[in-house]
Design a protein around this ligand. Structure first.
Ligand code: FES
Length: 244
């Protein structure tokens, strides 16, 4: 028998759920099957954007359902997807510049710098600041400040300028990664090895393995030390046994 129960409202309907549950678990306790609005359950995928009001409060709040615990009197609904303009572009044809951002997201220049996006972000990201950097064409800063974005779209849901902050951040990071960030030598080396087919035999062997054999191999893999500048080439990896 569950302990103390709290009263919540899911899309207007009242339910009693055990206190201490996350919103996501409370939705399931109430009998909902989460076909959308549920992904990683760990605060990383951005699929579980939720808006809610507390009883007697005028303020509209937002949360990630997998991270936020229910409170008595919550009125909630989920926004697993927010309709927003997503530009389709060929990164090869863009330059790391303001032009590229504006060409794909002209509404960027409608940003009022009102900071609503920052207040609504469940990740506490400096959304307004990275939008300001994007408007200056400072791709590196926009990429850096938006790095932790999980693309839940809640920033765009409240934006009075109809801008799509999370896609601007995403494009900035892509431009930064492709054109601005120094190239990682070990990655280039590894890509070259892959192209030359160094791991083909090994991959073919994995494809033929049973799930149990793969699990054993995974459990016994070498883990790269956290502060390593370059990946450690383990004996197994260099012998073609395990690749990272
Ligand atoms: S389910 Fe992935 S962030 Fe909540």
């Amino acid at each position: 028998m569950p302990g103390k129960m709290v009263k919540i409202y899911i899309m207007g309907k009242q339910y009693e759920v055990p206190e201490g549950l996350t919103i996501q678990k409370a939705l399931e306790y109430a009998g909902l099957r989460l076909l959308r609005g549920c992904g990683c359950r760990g605060g990383f995928c951005g699929a579980c954007g939720t808006v809610y009001r507390k009883e007697g409060e005028y303020k509209l709040r937002v949360a990630l359902a997998c991270q936020t615990v229910v409170e008595d009197g919550m009125h909630l609904t989920q926004i697993p997807f927010y309709p927003a303009h997503k530009s389709l572009y060929d990164l090869e044809k863009l330059t790391p510049s303001l032009d590229s951002l504006v060409q794909n997201y002209p509404e960027l220049m409608k940003c009022l710098q009102c900071n609503t996006c920052r207040k609504v972000c469940p990740q506490d990201i400096e959304v307004m600041q990275y939008m300001a950097a994007a408007m200056r064409g400072d791709i590196a800063r926009a990429a850096d400040l938006s790095f932790d974005c999980i693309m839940c779209g809640l920033c765009a849901s409240r934006c009075p300028g109809d801008t799509v902050q999370y896609y601007v951040g995403e494009l900035s990071r892509r431009l930064y990664g492709k054109y601005v960030a120094p190239k990682a030598k070990h990655l280039e080396r590894r890509l070259e090895e892959i192209k030359k087919g160094k791991f083909n035999k090994e991959l073919e062997r994995y494809v033929k393995m049973s799930p149990a054999e793969l699990k054993k191999l995974y459990d016994e893999r070498d883990i790269e030390p956290e502060d390593a500048d370059e990946p450690v080439e383990s004996a197994a990896a260099s012998s073609g046994e395990i690749s990272d």
